[in-house]
Write a protein that binds this ligand. Structure first.
Ligand code: ZN
Length: 409
């Protein structure tokens, strides 16, 4: 293939043939613009100096002739024939910027939490990988990143957990995929984590817990147990969202007022049981108005509803006594402070699912009401309780009985 090189000048964004002083085109007339070479359908900027522009054209023509004569291999010449210019090369910094502003974040309309997760993951990646251009990134950068992530510590000096390592890694890979950097390392080199078992509370334990809650605390606990809300959903529920006549509560994003969005953009309506409806009616009399159902003392969404369950659990003597947490800026045992990891509002949601499963509510209803976009997530919620089901208990005992029948009395 015969390639030719031509010289162009770009003035005010328009390309044109430059003006020469002589017919043989050896000297250029001074013009105010940027010179470009055009070769094989591509533009290469060569600066605004007429002499250097002519030199660049001559050098490229020389290289082309060498390729034609076969004295330089085409493969060797290609990088020089098609040099990635600064203009077309994408820096990691600007790729991240685009991704987080007009790119995927905007197209998918990520909620605040998702944005924060990606921002952190990509910040860690740029600390681990110091490369300037996206096209320089390779599998080794991800291998180094994996090790780098494992060395990261939390604010209290503990290593971040393997699940977090995995999440940062996953978010970074999904960023790289957008820039066509795919399969840089094989799946078996990815960081791994042990999937945490979804646990639910036993009804007996919950009944005991509720005996130690005052009326406002009981409202919170019964609400989360009754309507399977995520923490954020409970924190942002307002009185007009609750219909005490049809006994329903609706969940939807509240961006203008609270800059808050529902996970997976799943709006949903949940039925309220009769007892909870009465309880909410009584609460509304004590706390009238159209505002938040569970505000904090400043009337804002209470993101510390979690503390309520932890306080009640401590009073009820239901802490495990084994774990340590931060309370009033001090590291304390859960035997004496409301820090037990066993007590989490989110587990009320899982308990809701396990109760529904016990009474044989159909799977699709449970999935819809939990607002899960994938059945796999719902299955994980329900699998946790399987060994407690009467059917499974019977199987466990029947299996043990196989041996008993053979034992000599
Ligand atoms: Zn504990």
């Amino acid at each position: 293939m015969i390639r030719t090189v031509s010289l162009w000048i770009r003035i005010n964004g328009k390309f044109s043939q430059p003006l020469y002083k002589d017919d043989k085109q050896t000297r250029l007339k001074p013009q105010d613009g940027e010179y470009y070479l055009r070769c094989a359908g591509k533009w290469y900027p060569v600066g605004n100096d007429p002499l250097l522009a002519l030199d660049a054209k001559a050098a490229k023509e020389k290289l082309l002739r060498a390729v034609e004569r076969g004295t330089v291999a085409e493969s060797e010449a290609l990088p020089h024939l098609n040099p990635p210019t600064e203009e077309t090369r994408l820096t990691v910094e600007s790729a991240i910027n685009t991704y987080m502003t007009t790119g995927k974040a905007a197209q998918k309309d990520w909620r605040k939490h998702t944005r924060q997760c990606y921002t952190l993951a990509l910040k860690l990646f740029t600390e681990s990988c110091q490369k300037t251009y996206v096209d320089e990134i390779d599998g080794d950068d991800l291998r180094v990143f994996k090790v780098f992530l494992r060395k990261q510590k939390t604010s209290i000096g503990k290593y971040i957990d393997p699940r977090t390592v995995y999440n940062h890694f996953l978010n970074t890979v999904s960023f790289l995929n957008t820039y066509k950097l795919r399969d840089l390392i094989s799946q078996n080199e990815w960081p791994t984590y042990e999937e945490k078992k979804v646990v639910a509370y036993d009804p007996e334990v919950l009944a005991h817990l509720l005996q130690f809650a005052d009326v406002d605390e009981t409202d919170v606990l019964e609400f989360f147990l009754g309507v399977n809300f995520r923490n954020g959903e409970g924190a942002h529920v307002e009185w007009p969202d609750i219909n005490l006549r049809t006994k329903e509560v609706k969940v939807y994003s509240k961006r203008e007022r609270y800059d808050w969005q529902v996970k997976d953009s799943e709006q949903r309506n949940i039925g309220i049981n009769d007892k909870l409806a009465e309880r909410l009616a009584a609460r509304h009399l004590r706390h009238p108005g159209n505002g938040l159902v569970f505000p904090n003392s400043h009337g804002n969404p209470d993101t510390h509803l979690l503390r309520i369950i932890k306080n009640v659990a401590l009073r009820a003597g239901l802490n495990c006594g084994q774990c340590v947490g931060t309370h009033q800026r001090k590291r304390m045992s859960c035997a004496e402070a409301p820090v037990c990891r066993k007590w989490i509002l989110h587990t009320m949601r899982k308990t809701w699912a396990s109760f529904q499963d016990r009474i044989h509510t159909d799977f699709a209803t449970i999935q819809t009401e939990l607002g899960h976009s994938s059945p796999a997530t719902t299955r994980k919620y329900l699998a946790a309780q399987d060994h407690n089901s009467p059917r499974r208990r019977q199987q466990i005992n029947a299996a043990a009985a196989l041996l008993d029948t053979l034992k000599v009395e």
